[in-house]
Design a protein around this ligand. Sequence first.
Ligand code: FAD
Ligand code: NAD
Length: 475
Amino acid sequence: MSGKYDVVVIGAGPAGYVAAIRAAQHGLSTACIDAWLTPGGEPVFGGTCLNAGCIPSKALLESSELYHRAAVEFAGHGIQIGNLALDLDTMQGRKDRIVRDLSGGIASLFKAGGVTGLFGRGRLLPDLKVQYTPHDGEPELLEADHVILATGSVPVELAAAPYDGERIVDSTGALEFDKVPARLGVIGAGVIGLELGSVWKRLGAEVTILEAMDKFLFMADGQIAREAQRQFKKQGLDIRLGAMVRETEHTADGILLKYDDKQGGHEISVDKVIVAVGRRAETAGLLDPLAGVDVSERGLIEVDAQCRTTASNVWAVGDVVRGPMLAHKGSEEGVMVADLIAGKVTEVNYDVIPSVIYTAPEIAWVGRTEEQLKEAGVDYKSGTFNFAASGRAKAMDQDAGLVKMLSDVRSDRILGVHICGPLAGELIGEAVLALEFEASTEDLQRTIHGHPTLTEAVHEAALSVDRRAIHAINR
Ligand code: FAD
Ligand code: NAD
């Protein structure tokens, strides 16, 4: 395979494959190269998100939550189920099937949309040439008018806890356990630590999460983070803050995790360790030094606000560039770049990117936190509504948490919405739209919400901003 394309995309994760599909929709001849191989050695599209990230983690979160609810909640609904048993093989098989269906779906979308999908590695050479090396094949040369780099990210390694693929694993390994570890240590109480820690806790593991920062979920609104921390504590997740892992020792009994906090040195014995201390951009082997693409000290490909790199007609999107490492952020950058290549006027609104953590309760937010508004000296007003007063949340037996809304005192424009509660990741959609349309709390106050739905909590939080909530005491 050698040839000339309008666009060559390197990487078929949610940033790259979306860019490729959009470029083809514009009538541009497009090829998309991806190097991912399954543990069985099968090449697949979809990148981290589909194969080892968003999708498999959500499949396990869903299954484990059902198992947990069957164990602790069903009896309260009057549903007796006798002996509850876990069949982890089936649970993992279901997850694998979902992943297979969705990654196969990308190949079908490429075919239907006219994208040439190529399995193997891509390397950017000078003058918009791309070296494509198929798995088990000889390198070939592709030429393009535009190249989009979308090679994503990989887990950060920790010198104090090097991966051994067996007892000390990254997030990919943590999605593949074939047995529930009795004692699980997690390093990092970020998004992955909380989500995967929750999965294995619900399935029966005793989970200890060690977090270096003193503050829990420092990127979230403080009130929401405190509420989430309270709920996780109630569930028995042992989250230790200000804990720096110093060393890990392999013992006959498992792994000895040695860490320091303000009180001094500590040790815990665990069977498995998940290291979840962040991800770093993946550019290994991607860039010929003469290609002209600058990489920052942190390893990110340097881009402007429209994802142009320092080389002409070379673009970069997704986890490999600045900004939050989120699938939907990468996808929107992919769409933007394909549109720009096609000559359209477009942009990504980086101020309105939702964040969702799929724990129970879920945590989701968009816009600015109360702490950020205070620091910026913005005159804001705030309203909250507890799910404890939501009929739907009560009926669902999931009434922990709250919705919090922040808006500008003078204009009433909504500046941030923060949710800890049932299906927060779905509820945040309304808030994202509100911020995108620059809505005021009055707009949401006047919007009719179905009853009884969880969305009423968003409505009531908007009313609460002006101390007009109906189903709460306004203070
Ligand atoms: P990737 O998805 O990493 O894809 C990059 C692709 O490029 C890969 O297939 C890689 O093999 C390929 N590649 C790399 N180098 C080359 C090369 N030289 N040649 C050819 N191909 C190459 N985000 C969310 O928004 N929501 C979630 O719920 C969520 N859950 C997550 C759960 C976990 C456990 C993890 C690890 C991540 C999660 N993320 C989530 C983050 C999300 O997966 C990433 O933000 C997203 O996948 C980034 O997309 P991308 O296309 O930039 O890169
Ligand atoms: P993260 O940045 O969310 O969290 C890493 C945590 O590890 C931080 O709290 C950090 O303080 C802590 N940490 C760092 N070094 C440490 C050390 N030596 N000892 C103890 N703690 C330490 O990273 P992550 O959880 O690995 O996730 C990686 C990326 O994947 C994130 O950027 C996230 O956006 C994305 N992701 C998103 C979702 C989602 O959207 N639901 C789910 C999973 C992952």
